[in-house]
Design a protein around this ligand. Structure first.
Ligand SMILES: Cc1cc2nc3c(=O)[nH]c(=O)nc-3n(C[C@H](O)[C@H](O)[C@H](O)COP(=O)(O)O)c2cc1C
Length: 175
């Protein structure tokens, strides 16, 4: 990867992974990137739970009705949590950390995909956050934003198509 300009173009959501584990230094880089990400008033209120236990990953993948199945087949996932008691913008802080990890993973040649947890439910209406709290044991002051799955890509995805960028959504000085 030559530059950030390349990185943003080649990052795509990857939902199929090989069996290969992440190296400890790859995980370290990904978490380092999260911990360096910007937060409002430098509150750094986020928490990250690294999950590499296969049985647990499978349970995580069923914490909402749809859209998290790929987590079961990832070698590793990071659950990104925020603390609403510390900052009213925990969603932004946690989102920035999550996506920063994704770009770091891309630079390392790894794939990743975000599974939305906040505002998502099981088919019976149980909040996905409650399911994760039960499985992972985090305290009531924290809320899960997302699970980000990481692994070696088992599929190739095309880089972002330069021709399809929504430049019409960019407005200069006036809408
Ligand atoms: C806030 C957010 C929530 C997302 N939630 C999910 C999800 O629950 N399940 C999933 O498979 N992908 C999820 N994604 C990934 C998007 O589907 C993906 O980024 C989008 O389709 C664009 O594709 P690309 O990432 O390959 O460019 C989410 C992405 C974002 C930013």
């Amino acid at each position: 990867m030559n530059s950030f300009a390349d990185l943003v173009q080649v990052r795509r959501s990857i939902r199929k992974f090989t069996e290969e584990e992440l190296k400890p230094e790859e995980l370290q880089s990904i978490l380092r990137a999260a911990l360096m990400s910007p937060t409002s008033k430098s509150s750094r209120s986020w928490h990250f739970i690294v999950v590499d236990d296969k049985t647990l990953l499978e349970k995580l993948s069923r914490c909402k009705e749809a859209g998290a199945a790929f987590v079961a087949d990832a070698p590793l996932a990071v659950v990104v949590l925020g603390d609403a008691a510390v900052t009213d913008v925990w969603v932004e802080d946690a989102s920035i950390a999550a996506v920063t990890m994704q770009y770091q993973a891309t630079e390392l040649g790894l794939g990743s995909c975000w599974a939305q947890i906040r505002n998502r439910e099981m088919a019976d209406g149980t909040p996905a956050d409650d399911v994760l709290r039960f499985l992972l044991g985090y305290p009531q002051n924290l809320t899960a934003l997302a699970i980000v799955a990481f692994g070696h890509p088992a599929v190739e995805r095309k880089p972002q198509d330069e021709e399809k960028l929504k430049w019409e959504n960019v407005h200069i000085n006036n809408f």
